[in-house]
Design a protein around this ligand. Structure first.
Ligand code: BYC
Length: 324
């Protein structure tokens, strides 16, 4: 207990074999699992446009991005497993609705411009939230986040560039970009979680160095980053109350519809059912791949064990300097 507290106080990392309080372990499993689920469910809205990308270049970029999200899921499930949980168990909790994934992925991607809006806003919000997680007190999660953030930066840039091309394109393309931003802006602000006063986990997660900033602090940071970027894009953010507050040195912004957020979390967003049923189906259809991989791993392990236990197969010790 004392070693754990000293490590947290010194802002050093807790590693898998270190002692940790049960609640610390449970809270990390909860957050990392939700994060991993978000990454793999997050593949669906964009994958919707893979077959309809307007050029080979755009398709290759989008394909790479969607594959990156699968990779992020992998790193994160791996990080969760270091805490003593099984990946199958976490996936089962996702499939049966016992663990959450980000609210943002329950909205539909109606036009090609949504791919740009997701990159710019959703990945932008993800980076704002995740860069501080690179300093999370739990080592494996913090290290996974370093690589994820590098890849998310590329995702955000591609979204911005895509939207810029549309914004500077024909009138219809500009309107399509604006419409996408109008639909994704408010759900992106909800990604940061409930207001601090209604966030049950923030205080404890901050005391433990899991979270470094509150939900509202990160949301404000995101708004301040987006305003000048929207101007450069030639697009407007759909909030009549958005304005610079000289006194605070930050932007004021309008009220978020928290009832909509709660509705989405209760499973009643526009795409909740579709996202979960597709995920379950993909898992069922992938059963043969998992079985084949497990059989292959078992065969390799049995071969390796046979090799190391057969005396004839043991290489003779090398004489020092014999090859010098
Ligand atoms: N959606 O006490 P709170 C990405 C839940 S981006 C759904 O504030 P905490 C990606 C919360 O889990 C998205 N649920 O919780 C980007 C808790 O529920 P439980 C993933 C939400 O943990 C592009 C309850 O509400 N990012 O990956 O202190 C392409 C109370 O909230 C949401 C991460 O997961 C939400 N928006 O703070 C592909 C980042 N917000 O557990 C992929 C890591 C809150 O009590 N996670 N809830 O049932 C975090 O930083 C924190 O967990 C959160 C919430 C800021 C999200």
């Amino acid at each position: 207990m004392r070693a754990f507290e000293a490590t947290i106080a010194a802002d050093e990392r807790i590693e898998p074999r270190d002692w940790m309080p049960d609640e610390y372990r449970a809270s990390l499993i909860r957050q990392i699992a939700q994060h991993a689920h978000s990454e793999i469910i997050g593949m669906q809205p964009e994958a919707n446009w893979l077959t309809r990308a307007p050029s080979l270049r755009r398709k290759a970029i989008l394909l790479a991005k969607v594959q990156d999200e699968a990779g992020h899921g992998l790193y994160l499930y791996g990080a969760a497993e270091t805490l003593g949980v099984d990946r199958e168990e976490l996936l089962d909790k996702l499939h049966t609705g016992r663990q959450k994934y980000s609210s943002i992925f329950n909205y539909p991607t109606l036009t090609w411009a949504d791919v740009g809006a997701i990159g710019w806003l959703v990945d932008g919000a993800a980076i704002t939230n995740q860069v501080p997680l690179c300093r999370c007190s739990y080592g494996p999660y913090a290290r996974a986040m370093v690589r994820i953030c590098k890849e998310e930066s590329f995702h955000q840039r591609q979204g911005y560039e895509l939207l810029l091309a549309l914004s500077r394109g024909t009138e219809a393309q500009h309107a399509m970009a604006q419409d996408a931003v109008n639909r994704w802006w408010w759900p992106s602000l909800m990604m940061f979680g409930p207001p601090d006063a209604e966030s049950p986990h923030t205080a404890r997660s901050m005391a433990w160095g899991i979270k470094r900033h509150t939900n509202d602090e990160l949301r404000q940071r995101f708004v301040d980053i987006c305003v000048p970027q929207a101007e450069s894009l030639g697009l407007t953010l759909p909030d009549p109350d958005l304005r610079w507050n000289e006194e605070r040195g930050r932007h004021d912004f309008g009220a978020i519809d928290w009832e909509e957020f709660r509705r989405v979390l209760r499973g009643r967003g526009p795409c909740n059912e579709q996202r979960l049923s597709r995920r379950r189906r993909a898992h069922e259809e992938g059963a043969w791949v998992r079985e084949a991989a497990a059989a292959h791993a078992a065969k390799r392990a049995a071969r390796a064990a046979a090799t190391t236990t057969t005396p004839e197969a043991t290489p003779a010790p090398q004489t020092t300097g014999a090859r010098a």
